[in-house]
Design a protein around this ligand. Structure first.
Ligand code: ADP
Ligand code: GLC
Length: 508
């Protein structure tokens, strides 16, 4: 059972939603009955089908709830949704209200998810118990604690860290209301600087920990990247596994992507230019197939160096009058405002779209020449890989998953492209970022080299199979007895044979 707050297309605010659904699909392809368990947000109820109530859970944090079983529409991915409309049906996204403010009761909302996961997992409902409970990020972080505290025969737990910067800190006095036993409230438990820390609860009590790239797995053991939890992680370093994410190539493939005006592939790039022209229009830029077009598409936060980009864009545009930049994102209000202000100064060169827009996201990766993805830290970093598959060369920081998945072009002047797939840079000063973009512009002016970089990226294999196999091995180690009994959500005979590829196209 995958316990999560996000899974595409039920709910997504970032890479977590992509990663969990990609994993669920890959596990299914590997004949593992992985069931996604998450809150019944309105979007989740809409995107699931054949829903039926399968359990009542009275007395959870935040009130009585029910569990609904169904399927991600047109796929074979089974879901269990935790329904308490008072907690989960609200305007905004899974964490923030319509004004971008955190819901004040997020501690209760996600404790309820973990309590429900625990009750299902110890057989307190009619739902078949899972063999392994796999919690994702802080939202599910209390799950291992509750199961550890249950003191009964229980399934083993895994916690995957998708982003250690988000930890879910809540007032310690909530511990009573959330049913956290006194023995679990101290600094040896879930306490962190006078708060209850849901991520720390998961790090302490999960049977195994994983994170989403090898470099990030090493980085988070250091104070620089540990966000205060590196000490806790060092104690468990021998139980921390690095399993990189894959890419859901059913969703991200330029030769089939239903969001694109024209398809293309590494063998036939002719369609890419039409995407570029459409993207220029969509971002209010003059249509020009030759102008270098740089994209930035991400959360506009300091993790993603969006603050630095605000400083660097005017410098770049002053020095390179033909350069065009398109930005898609949302995040910190001050950064959004600052980007809009730069766009007012350079209306013909900088197009900014503030908001979250899946279709535009796909067009951005397809239409641009290069993607700027600076990161102060990056657990995995799906976005630059999407861009690579779409022939858009990433310019990215040499940290975390980016250092593992992008082969950086040698900085030596005149260096051969070889196996390079992008430009990697170190540091986080405006100069570091500016020089990296200028290196890319230099190669862009050499069409043969540029097309070699594009081809290398487009032909790299980032599928989920190998990573899913590593998770399966971990699950086997934790639950060595072969699975028996019915799946958690009863199989629907009439859809059981729909291949995933057909399913995704149907959805589109
Ligand atoms: P993170 O999870 O840290 O935000 P990733 O690069 O791993 O970073 O994943 C981000 C995901 O969210 C990608 O699928 C990306 O396309 C998507 N995304 C981010 N911001 C937006 C946006 N404003 N509109 C559409 N998609 C977005
Ligand atoms: C997080 C990370 C990102 C990663 C994603 C999926 O949001 O910031 O680097 O790709 O989770 O694991």
């Amino acid at each position: 059972m995958l316990v999560t707050s996000e899974a595409l297309p039920l709910a997504k605010t970032g890479g977590l939603g992509d990663a969990v659904s990609g994993l669920a699909r890959a596990l299914r392809d590997a004949h593992v009955d992985a069931t996604v368990f998450m809150p019944a947000y309105e979007s989740a109820m809409d995107a699931a089908c054949d829903l039926e109530e399968v359990a009542e859970l009275p007395g959870l944090a935040g009130g009585d709830a029910t569990v609904w079983a169904g399927w991600v529409a047109d796929t074979e991915i089974p879901v269990l949704l935790l329904r308490n409309d008072r907690l989960y049906v609200r305007p905004g996204n899974p964490y923030l209200d319509a004004n971008g403010k955190e819901f004040p009761d997020n501690g209760i909302r996600f404790a309820a998810l973990a309590q429900a996961a625990k009750r299902i997992s110890v057989g307190e409902t009619p739902i078949r118990v899972p063999h392994v409970v796999h919690a994702h990020d802080w939202h599910a972080g209390l799950t291992p604690l509750y199961l550890h505290a249950a003191g009964v025969k229980r399934p083993k737990t895994v916690l995957t860290i998708h982003n250690l910067a988000f930890q879910g800190n809540f007032p310690l006095h909530l511990a009573d209301e959330l049913g956290i036993p006194p023995a679990y409230r101290g600094s040896e438990g879930a306490e962190f600087w006078g708060h209850l820390n849901f991520m720390k609860a998961g790090l302490r009590y999960a049977d195994r920990l994983t994170t989403v790239s090898a470099t990030y797995a090493r980085e988070i053991l250091t104070p620089e990247f540990g966000h205060g939890l590196d000490g806790v992680l060092r104690e468990r370093a021998h139980e921390l596994h690095a399993i990189p994410n894959g890419i859901d190539t059913e969703v991200w493939d330029p030769s089939t992507d239903p969001f694109l005006p024209e398809h293309f592939s590494a063998l036939d790039m002719r369609g890419k230019v039409r995407n570029k022209l459409e993207m220029q229009q969509a971002f209010g830029l003059p249509t020009d197939p030759e102008a270098p077009l740089l994209a930035m598409g991400s959360r506009l936060t300091s993790q993603k160096m969006a603050d630095l980009a605000v400083e660097v864009f005017p410098r770049l545009l002053a020095a390179h009058p033909r350069l065009q930049i398109a930005v898609l994102g949302c995040g910190e209000r001050a950064i959004e405002e600052a980007l809009r202000a730069v766009a007012e100064r350079y209306p013909r060169n900088l197009g900014v779209h503030i908001g979250y827009d899946e279709r535009r996201g796909h067009l951005l990766h397809a239409g641009a020449d290069m993607l700027l993805h600076g990161s102060r830290f990056e657990p995995f970093g799906l976005t630059p890989l999407y861009s690579m598959l779409y022939g858009t060369v990433p310019i990215a920081s040499r940290v975390g998953g980016l250092a593992d998945s992008i082969v950086g072009l040698s900085p030596e002047p005149g260096a051969e492209v070889g196996s390079a797939t992008g430009i990697l840079f170190d540091g986080d000063t405006p100069d570091d970022m500016q020089k990296a973009v200028e290196r890319a512009l230099d190669v862009f002016a050499q069409p043969q080299k540029w097309s070699a970089l594009q081809k290398n990226g487009m032909t790299t294999h980032f599928g989920w199979e190998a990573s899913a196999a590593q998770y399966v091995e971990l699950y086997r180690m934790l639950a060595p007895v072969a699975p028996v009994g019915a799946p958690m959500v009863a199989r629907r005979p009439e859809t059981a044979s729909i291949p995933a590829a057909t399913a995704v196209r149907k959805r589109a």
